[in-house]
Design a protein. Structure first.
Length: 434
C-alpha cells in the first residue's frame, strides 16, 4: 500500500495496460519475467521500482522504505499486455526464438499465458529497418491512415483488457538514422507530412503520435528520433503527457555512464575510448545494417560528450577519440560481449589503461527497465507530469544538439536516454512524507 505523497497523484487503481511496440527479445523477456515474478518463480532483479529503497530524512534516522511503498505504483498483478509486431509469432514462439529465458524453467510453465499474447499487425516499413521482412503489417493509403489504425488498436485494447490506464513503450528494432526536418516542426506540418507519406515520418513516430492522441504516455527504448521532434514534444506538453527515451542503454553504455563520471570526479583525462561488441540476436542483425547502426552509434557517442563536458575541461576531454562498433556474430545469441579499451591520463599527463570485458545478457538487463518505465511513466501521468521525463535518466544530450534545441525551441531542449535513475522524481513526488 503506497504511503501518502506530497503531490496530488491519482491512485493506481485498476489495471495498467502495457502496449509494447515490438514483440522480440526485450519485450518477451519483460512479459515472461513479470509473469514469473507474479507466480513466485523468479525475482524482479534489476528493477528499481520493485527492489529499490529510498532514504527519508537523515541517514541516522534509518528510514528507507521501498520505493513502491513510498509512491503509489501499479502492482505487478494489475499489468496486462499487448504488442505490435510485423512478425506474427505469439509471445511464446517469439520468446523461444529469442532464446533468452530457459524454455523449461521460465517459458513452458507459462505457455498458455504467453500464447495468449498475439501481436497486432504493425505499422511497419522496411525502408526504416532494412534487415526485417514482416508479414503481419497494416495497410493504408497514407501514414495518417496507419496512425488512425494504431489509435483504434489502442482504444480496442483498452476496452478488451478492461485497463484503466495505458502506457506505450517502443521495444522494436532500431530504425535508420533520421534528423529533424520541416515535417517535424509543428503538429500541422507533421499531420500534413503523414498524409503526403513523407519519408521523414518513421513508423515509430506514428506509434508515438497515436499514443499521445489517445492520452497514453510514450517511452522509447531505441535510439530512433521518434519523440525527439518539436511536433511531438509540444503535443505531449499540451496534452500533459509524459514522454521520454533514447535507447535503453543497458550494457556497454551503462558501463560508460558509470565510468566516465568517475574519471571526471577525479579530474583524470581521457585520450580515447574504443568499444566493440559481438551480439548474435535479431537486434544485432538489424544493427548490422549501416543505417540502423548509425542511429545507435550517434546516440552512444553522445553519452561521453555530455558527461565529460569538453568545452569546460578542454585539457582533459578536448581531444577524445571515441569509437563504437557492433558486430553481428550469431553464435552468441542474446549473450553479448562488450569490450572497452579506455586510455586515460593522470598527473603530468602520464597514460594509463583500463580494459572492461562485459559478458552481459542484453535482454536480461533491458527487461527490468521496461518494467520501471511502464510503472514510472504511469506514475508520472497520474501526477500530471508532462513532456520529457528528465528524471528517468542521466542525459545523453550532446551540447551541440542542446544548443540546436535551444535555438529551435527557445529553451533548453534535452534528450534523455532511459535508465533507472528516478530518485529525484520519486523524492519530488513523495515530498510530503519527508
Ligand atoms: N536488448 C537490450 O538490452 C537493448 C538495449 C538497448 C536498446 N535496445 C533496443 O531495444 C529494441 C529491441 O531489442 P530486441 O533485442 O528486443 O530486438 P528484437 O529484434 O528481438 O525485437 C524487436 C522486434 O521489433 C519488431 N519491429 C520492428 N519494427 C517494428 C514496427 N515498426 N512495429 C512493430 N514492431 C516492429 C521486430 O519484428 C522484432 O520482433 C532494439 O531497438 C534495441 O536496439 C535493446
Amino acid at each position: 500500500m503506497a504511503q501518502q505523497s506530497g503531490r496530488d497523484i491519482a491512485p493506481a487503481t485498476g489495471k495498467l495496460g502495457v502496449m509494447l511496440v515490438g514483440l522480440g527479445a526485450v519485450s518477451t523477456t519483460f512479459i515472461a519475467g513479470v509473469e514469473n515474478v507474479r507466480r513466485g518463480t523468479g525475482l524482479p532483479i534489476g528493477s528499481l521500482s520493485q527492489m529499490g529503497t529510498i532514504r527519508l530524512g537523515k541517514r541516522t534516522e534509518k528510514r528507507s522504505p521501498k520505493i513502491k511503498e513510498f509512491v503509489s505504483l501499479a502492482e505487478l498483478q494489475d499489468l496486462v499486455f499487448t504488442a505490435w509486431d510485423p512478425i506474427p509469432d505469439d509471445a511464446y514462439a517469439a520468446a523461444v526464438k529469442a532464446g533468452v529465458l530457459d524454455r523449461h524453467e521460465h517459458l513452458d510453465p507459462i505457455k498458455d499465458f504467453l500464447r495468449g499474447i498475439k501481436p497486432l499487425p504493425a505499422a511497419f516499413d522496411q525502408h526504416y529497418v532494412k534487415r526485417l521482412h514482416g508479414t503481419n503489417v497494416k495497410t493504408g493509403k497514407t501514414k495518417r491512415d496507419l496512425a488512425e489504425q494504431l489509435r483504434q488498436d489502442i482504444r480496442d485494447f483498452k476496452r478488451r483488457s478492461g485497463a484503466d490506464r495505458l502506457v506505450m513503450i517502443w521495444a522494436a528494432s532500431t530504425e535508420v538514422f533520421l534528423t529533424t526536418g520541416p515535417a517535424h516542426q509543428s503538429l500541422a506540418a507533421f499531420e500534413r507530412s503523414m498524409e503526403q507519406n513523407d519519408q521523414a515520418i518513421a513508423p515509430s513516430m506514428l506509434y508515438a503520435y497515436a499514443a499521445l492522441m489517445e492520452s497514453v504516455p510514450f517511452a522509447n527504448g531505441a535510439p530512433n528520433l521518434t519523440v525527439d521532434i518539436p511536433a511531438l514534444q509540444r503535443l505531449a506538453e499540451e496534452r500533459t503527457l509524459p514522454i521520454g527515451g533514447k535507447d535503453f542503454k543497458t550494457g556497454q553504455t551503462m558501463m560508460k555512464t558509470v565510468l566516465a563520471p568517475a574519471f571526471k570526479a577525479r579530474m583524470l583525462g581521457l585520450a580515447g575510448w574504443y568499444s566493440t561488441n559481438i551480439l548474435g540476436n535479431r537486434d544485432g542483425e538489424v544493427l548490422d545494417d549501416p543505417e540502423s547502426f548509425k542511429t545507435k552509434e550517434e546516440s552512444k557517442l553522445g553519452v561521453l560528450e555530455y558527461i565529460l563536458q569538453p568545452d569546460q575541461y578542454p585539457e582533459l576531454y578536448g581531444n577524445v577519440f571515441h569509437k563504437v562498433r557492433i558486430n553481428y556474430y550469431p553464435p552468441r545469441g542474446d549473450n553479448k560481449e562488450g569490450w572497452d579499451n579506455i586510455d586515460i591520463f593522470g598527473w603530468l599527463g602520464y597514460p594509463m589503461q583500463i580494459k572492461v570485458d562485459f559478458l552481459c545478457r542484453d535482454s536480461i538487463l533491458a527487461a527490468p527497465i521496461v518494467l520501471d518505465l511502464a510503472l514510472f511513466f504511469d506514475l508520472a501521468q497520474r501526477a500530471r507530469l508532462s513532456g520529457i521525463q528528465e528524471s528517468t535518466s542521466a542525459s545523453n544530450t550532446t551540447r551541440r544538439r542542446e544548443r540546436r534545441a535551444v535555438r529551435s525551441h527557445g529553451r533548453r531542449g534535452r534528450r534523455y536516454h532511459l535508465g533507472p535513475v528516478v530518485f529525484p522524481a520519486v523524492q519530488a513526488l513523495g515530498r510530503g512524507r519527508r
